[in-house]
Design a protein around this ligand. Structure first.
Ligand code: NAP
Length: 296
């Protein structure tokens, strides 16, 4: 039997901690998050609704700001600078990926590291490389929280991350290879130019997949007995559902059943934990700003 690694209990534990941290704050307004996104409908809209609900549930002040493609990249940079200076804002999240001519990395790097709550600006990625992160991307934190909760083999073990984006795969691999207690994995990073995925995955005890390729991981490539944390999230056509689409991960769950030691479901695995970790990072953003005595 393959163990199902549900995200719900992990998210609930994180939310409970976040709620009590907000309740016990020494005074002043609740921590605040601003989510900046494209005005046009995009997959991010789903994540936005989740953020609004999660913020309300734990007591984070939340608002979103939409920008139109016609605003242009300079207007987005100006908006990020304004938010960075706004003393009422503790944390800012910028939708990604952004289509050209927008430059996601340049825009998000306008934020001071404490406000760049998803830890994806240049300064935060640099701090992660040097093992002193200000914020770690919520999705990487979520994948690691699941691994910790279910005691997946990580420390000292061979672990593979499938995907190397600067916002998901790379930060996750850096955390896993880091010296923090429970990490210290021997990490391989696979990507679209990996010639033989099965060979790259051979001997892996735990696999984190963030390729966004449905069906990529089946028993032909995953070694028997490995645990799989499926971060991939894609939507595929499904006429049997009301919306006509269905969310799937990178893993072929049917193929891995009875083969993998453990697998996160999609939906219901990494997704709910990611939004919980985001709210936890907002509290951290507020605490870091208070400690630094930042007034703007
Ligand atoms: P991305 O920027 O498109 O990166 C995908 C990565 O996967 C790239 O490094 C790519 O390699 C690699 N890749 C693509 N096809 C591959 C293949 N056949 N074999 C091995 N590697 C392959 O995507 P992202 O922003 O990192 O997001 C990754 C996935 O995570 C997406 O499905 C996204 O929806 C999901 N996600 C989920 C959450 C959540 O809360 N669950 C949050 C954020 C993202 P190259 O570098 O060579 O192109």
């Amino acid at each position: 039997m393959t163990e199902r690694l549900d995200g719900k209990p992990v998210a609930e534990a994180i939310d409970a901690r976040t709620r009590s941290q907000i309740r016990e704050r020494p005074g002043g307004a609740a921590p605040s998050l601003v989510s900046v996104h494209r005005a046009a409908s995009s997959p991010f809209q789903f994540y936005l609704r989740r953020q609004a609900r999660a913020a309300e549930a734990v007591g984070v002040r939340f608002r979103d700001e939409a920008f139109a493609a016609s605003d242009g990249p300079d207007a987005l940079i100006a908006r990020m600078r304004t938010l960075d200076r706004d003393p009422s804002v503790d944390a800012v999240l910028l939708e990604h990926p952004l289509p050209a001519p927008f430059d996601f990395l340049r825009a998000v790097s306008e934020l001071r590291p404490e406000k760049d709550v998803d830890g994806v600006g240049t300064a935060n990625l640099g701090r992660l490389v040097t093992q002193h992160p200000t914020h770690v991307p919520a999705v990487a934190k979520a994948a690691l929280a699941i691994a910790r909760h279910y005691r997946l083999p990580i420390a000292g073990e061979r672990v593979v991350v499938v995907g190397r984006s600067e916002t998901v795969g790379l930060p996750l691999a850096l955390c896993l290879a880091g010296r923090e207690e429970g990490m210290n994995a021997t990490v391989t990073i696979a990507h679209s130019r990996t010639t033989d995925l099965a060979r790259a995955l051979a001997g892996a005890r735990t696999i984190f997949s963030c390729a966004g390729r449905p069906g990529l991981l089946d028993r032909k490539v995953v070694p028997e007995g490995a645990s799989v944390v499926d971060i991939g999230l894609s939507s595929i056509a499904d006429p049997t559902t009301k919306s006509g689409v269905r969310a799937v991960g990178d893993a072929d769950a049917a193929s891995l059943e009875g083969w993998a030691a453990a697998l996160t479901p999609v939906p219901g695995g990494v997704g709910p934990v990611t939004v919980a970790e985001l709210m936890s990072s907002v509290v951290r953003a507020r605490a870091l700003r208070s400690t630094a005595g930042v007034s703007q």
